[in-house]
Write a protein that binds this ligand. Structure first.
Ligand code: BGC
Length: 347
């Protein structure tokens, strides 16, 4: 009897140990499966082409405001080097990001980044610097968020044409019935630069404004470069410039800086227009140093980028985000001039 009891106790202990082992093993195995992360363990990597771009800095601030508690976001800046950005992406993937948001340095060279992401199965949301269709269609987990560059060019042309019609004597300073204009263009090869210039000038012409192009300069979205280029254009053309069409606000402000340095009075200056509606751009519209800008909806882009990033990280459906062709989100622009600028300040 005693022997039987000892035997059955030993036997039941063995069964107990065996059951515990099975439970632990099953638990460990299921822990290896890639399950959808909880919100508090989501990691997002955000890569920007440069840390000194005014519009992008403001877009990133808007993104930061969207980030909820417990979501971990790492921001990196590539100082305009694609090689640096490729290395940054590699490191972020090694750190285990669930999704990447990438503002490419060279929008024609996304392949290394796409390969790295594909290998690790990390979706990428490209933003602001648009890759070509052949590249974005390489893999279903590639997305793009930006705005419609055609619209910004068209709107800038319309805004300028309206003001030229409304204040023709102020605009056509030499009274020849034509508007002599210069263009300050963004980075060569950037989708927004090429398209904005073309559509702005063509819209002006379609609106019936007769124009002469007296100068053109690439200033890479940059205020200081635009000031230098504008100073050269002023030197070459004197008071023969009646309109400045700048591809962004920073370059419009660079033109203002050049007129300030040349000590040319407000009455003798051309009409100057920008695009973006950055804080400094809007302030310049309020002060009437530039006549208008086209609001580039950074709040909308940041919100869309965050919502899409979270849905992808959690493995949820993205259908409620209304992606165009399953991968694109483009926000709309708005015209801003002295009449409506206050409603855009502190938006
Ligand atoms: C903005 C520019 C900015 C550029 C950077 C453009 O959409 O209008 O201000 O410098 O993007 O890629």
């Amino acid at each position: 009897m005693i022997i039987r009891n000892i035997f059955s106790r030993r036997y039941s202990r063995k069964i107990f140990v065996w059951v515990v082992c099975v439970v632990l093993t099953v638990g460990m195995l299921s822990g290896c499966e890639k399950k959808a992360p909880e919100s508090n363990e989501i990691k997002i990597g955000v890569c920007c082409y440069d840390q000194y771009d005014t519009f992008l800095s403001q877009l990133i601030k808007c993104f930061e405001k969207c980030v909820e508690d417990g979501v971990n976001v790492e921001y990196v800046y590539a100082s305009q080097s694609q090689i640096t950005q490729n290395e940054q992406v590699e490191k972020l993937i090694a750190k285990g990001v669930d999704v990447l948001c990438v503002n490419l340095v060279d929008r024609t060279a996304p392949n290394t980044i796409i390969e790295l992401a594909k290998k690790a199965d990390v979706p990428i949301i490209f933003f602001n610097r648009e890759l070509v269709e052949e590249d974005i269609t390489q893999w279903p987990k590639l997305y793009y968020i930006g705005s419609d560059a055609f619209e910004s060019g068209r709107m800038q042309g319309e805004l300028a044409a309206n003001m030229i019609r409304r204040e023709s004597s102020k605009a056509d300073k030499n009274g020849d019935g034509r508007i002599q204009y210069v263009v300050l263009e963004g980075e060569a090869g950037h989708q927004d630069a090429i398209v904005r210039t073309e559509y702005s000038v063509n819209t002006l012409i379609d609106e019936g404004v007769e124009v002469d192009k007296v100068g053109y300069a690439i200033a890479n979205w940059n205020r200081a470069q635009a000031q230098t280029k504008m100073a050269q254009l002023i030197e070459r053309n004197g008071d023969g410039i009646e309109l400045v069409l700048a591809n962004n606000d920073d370059m419009a402000l660079g033109a203002v800086d050049a007129y300030n340095s040349a000590k040319i009075s407000a009455d003798e200056r051309p009409l100057i227009f920008g695009i973006d509606g950055t804080d400094v751009g809007l302030e310049a519209v309020v002060n009437k140093t530039i006549m208008g800008t086209i609001y580039n909806d950074k709040e909308g882009q940041a919100r869309a980028m965050y919502d899409l990033a979270m849905a992808l990280a959690k493995g949820e459906s993205v259908s409620s985000l209304n992606l165009e062709d399953g991968r694109y989100i483009r926000t709309h622009y708005e015209k801003v001039d002295a009449a409506n600028v206050l409603q855009y300040i502190h938006k």
